[in-house]
Design a protein around this ligand. Structure first.
Ligand code: SAM
Length: 292
């Protein structure tokens, strides 16, 4: 018969009891919507033999919901003053471990080994601190441990970028960094009124699920990344121009690029945002062979 931590009455009680003021610098906006929390947990499809890693548990609103469905929850919170709060609010659960750590300094691959979690299905579920969404997301995607799913609340605009299709303004290097590894969808849009205090921007819950191995087939990731970076170096210029800036503005390079574009069915005046990931993969392979 307890009130959920996310109930606005209970959240305010906790904040008062511990004399907490949400720290803007740490992106502290506490979720107070049961509905949104349920949507996050549903989107994670967590099962009772699976592990949840949470980033930034705050006062525990999402943590308690995860503990109800997962075998175990490991949560990383940078703010030391929240640790005794979490001990109190989550005392009812015996399957939660909270670490007072900066997630950007935690090596999750080592963590997985140290806790003997290899072979387990591990999902990362978080209402992220927005000021470090991108570095956290990219390090999770590129970590050695293949986290099966990432369910991440983030700024709406970032969610739109990572789920964009070619031909859209939001489609860019971040889209490609994510979608070469993960299937990315938006589960729901979340308004400012779902948080205490209210953030300045709207949010969205993004669901990233790892693609099957055979679909993650980039031959030379280093070259691919260089190619993507130069493709979007100057977003309003054509791909041809961006490549010439990268490779050198010679007649020979222009001819090579033209031929490779033809093979990949890319128009000579195309811009980076019009090219699909499959086309970029072929482009990278072809171009690398030709410029050797
Ligand atoms: N999970 C809670 C909720 O949904 O109500 C709080 C989410 S709040 C948007 C982000 C949380 O991340 C805060 O508790 C903040 O202190 C924590 N945080 C910020 N930077 C962090 C970092 N580098 N490592 C770990 N936690 C961090």
């Amino acid at each position: 018969n307890r009130l959920s931590i996310s109930d606005p009455i209970r959240t305010n009680d906790i904040l008062r009891k511990y004399k907490l003021r949400a720290k803007k610098s740490l992106g502290q906006n506490f979720l107070t919507s049961e509905k949104v929390l349920n949507e996050i947990v549903d989107a994670s499809k967590l099962k009772s033999d699976e592990i949840a890693i949470e980033i930034g548990p705050g006062i525990g609103a999402l943590t308690e919901k995860l503990a109800e469905v997962a075998e175990k929850v490991y949560a990383f919170e940078i703010d030391q003053s929240l640790i005794p709060v979490l001990e109190d609010t989550l005392s009812y659960y015996d399957n939660i471990e909270v670490f007072n750590e900066d997630i950007l300094k935690v090596n999750l691959d080592d963590f997985v080994k140290e806790h003997h979690l290899e072979g387990k299905t591990i999902k990362v579920v978080a209402n992220l601190p927005y000021y470090i969404t991108t570095p956290i997301m990219l390090s999770l995607i590129n970590s050695d441990y293949p986290f099966q799913a990432l369910v991440l609340m983030m700024q709406k605009e970032v969610a739109e970028r990572i789920t964009a299709n070619p031909g859209h303004r939001e489609y860019g290097s971040l889209t490609i960094a994510v979608q070469t590894q993960m299937d990315a969808k938006i589960a729901c849009i979340v308004g400012k009124e779902s948080f205490i205090p209210r953030p300045k921007v709207d949010s969205a819950v993004a669901v990233l699920e790892r693609l099957p191995k055979e679909k993650i087939d980039i031959e030379d990731p280093e070259f691919f990344n260089k190619l993507i970076r130069s493709s979007f170096a100057q977003k309003r210029k054509s791909l041809m121009n961006n490549f010439l800036n990268w490779l050198g503005r010679t007649d020979e390079n222009r001819e090579i690029i033209k031929e490779v574009f033809k093979d990949c069915e890319i128009a000579e005046n195309a811009r980076g945002e019009q090219v699909s990931i499959e086309q970029y993969k072929k482009l990278a392979t072809d171009l690398q062979q030709r410029i050797k």
